[in-house]
Write a protein that binds this ligand. Structure first.
Ligand code: C2E
Ligand code: CA
Ligand code: CA
Ligand code: CA
Length: 279
């Protein structure tokens, strides 16, 4: 045999070797990608159903890989977090999105909502607030247009610290949105402890809005809960007429989803802004 008996290699099944190799490759790929600025930001519109117009966008990161083409965040965000480069990537996304948002407003587009995803590790970085403030000042984006989307996992950690962070962001004018609501471990009692502005209904619940679906009850319950806590609501994953109809009926007016548009590169996003019926 090629390997000695104490070699680690022989304990791995071939598919494990392949996986290990892929992870190692991914790690060096990510470091290069950060250095070479291979990450880009796409924008998915928020549509106001009442005013029938695009009022803003969620910034979603993509990796423009030189060999593999476009890679979606579910394939690399976790690894980016584990490698500790999420702080760098997150700042890059925030800066790009703020620059773009500012440019669109300068060009005359009436946008009032920019949402960025912030991972727990990023939020907890000691310099997060300082750098966030700096980026807003530098790009001249009015802080009250900016929303930080955070998942429920943040709420399970150190409450005092998180509350203080949320308050600092809110003191600047920035809003806090809870993303993927209903998929994690949080509950009503968690929600009540935190100063939150917006609740995003997860797409898994929205996608089950069909007549007589028991999950319509879940969506209704989430909406009722948000209302009782005085939170604004955004619905994601809106894919068809029936979703729109249902949400309108429930007075959920801010939505995003493939029914209106997929996340788009800036140039395409600007094209849909130009379509007169949206402005
Ligand atoms: P998310 O924040 O829940 O974003 C919504 C995801 O749903 C996006 O996937 C979006 O493309 C997709 N989506 C939008 N509309 C529809 C629809 O109608 N139907 C369906 N089935 N899906 C829809 P994406 O862009 O692949 O992002 C996946 C996740 O990666 C995001 O989920 C977010 O958690 C994370 N992510 C994206 N960008 C960033 C970032 O800059 N920083 C961090 N920390 N996480 C990010
Ligand atoms: Ca999000
Ligand atoms: Ca979500
Ligand atoms: Ca998600």
């Amino acid at each position: 045999a090629k390997f000695s008996s104490n070699s680690k290699v022989k304990f791995f099944a071939p598919e494990m070797e392949a996986k290990e190799y892929r992870l190692l490759k991914l790690e060096s790929d990510i470091h290069r990608a950060i250095k070479e600025k291979e990450f880009t930001v796409h924008y998915q519109p928020f549509v106001d159903l009442k005013r029938n117009k695009i009022i803003g966008a969620e910034a979603l990161v993509r990796w423009q890989h030189p060999k593999d083409g476009i890679i979606y965040p579910d394939a690399f965000i976790e690894q980016v977090e584990q490698l500790g480069v999420i702080v760098e990537l997150g700042e890059y996304v925030l800066l790009s999105a703020c620059k773009q948002f500012s440019a669109w407003r300068k060009a005359g587009y009436d946008l009032e909502k920019l949402a960025v995803n912030v991972s727990t590790l990023q939020l907890q970085h000691p310099k997060f607030i300082e750098r966030f403030r700096h980026i807003l000042q530098y790009t001249k984006v009015p802080p009250n247009f900016v929303e930080v989307e955070i998942t429920e996992s943040v709420l399970v950690g150190n409450a005092n610290k998180t509350v203080a962070l949320f308050r600092e962001l809110q003191a600047m004018g920035v809003k806090i949105a809870i993303d993927d609501f209903g998929t994690g471990y949080s509950s009503l009692s968690y929600l009540k402890q935190y100063p939150i502005n917006i609740l995003k209904i997860d797409k898994s619940f929205v996608s089950e809005i069909i007549s007589a679906s028991p999950n319509t009850g879940i969506v209704s319950a989430i909406i009722a809960m948000a209302k009782s806590l005085n939170l604004d609501i955004v619905a994601e994953g809106v894919e068809n007429d029936w979703h729109v109809h249902f949400l309108k009926q429930k007075q959920v007016n801010i939505v995003q989803g493939y029914f209106y548009s997929r996340p788009l590169p800036p140039i395409q996003f600007e094209k849909i802004l130009q379509q007169s019926n949206w402005n």
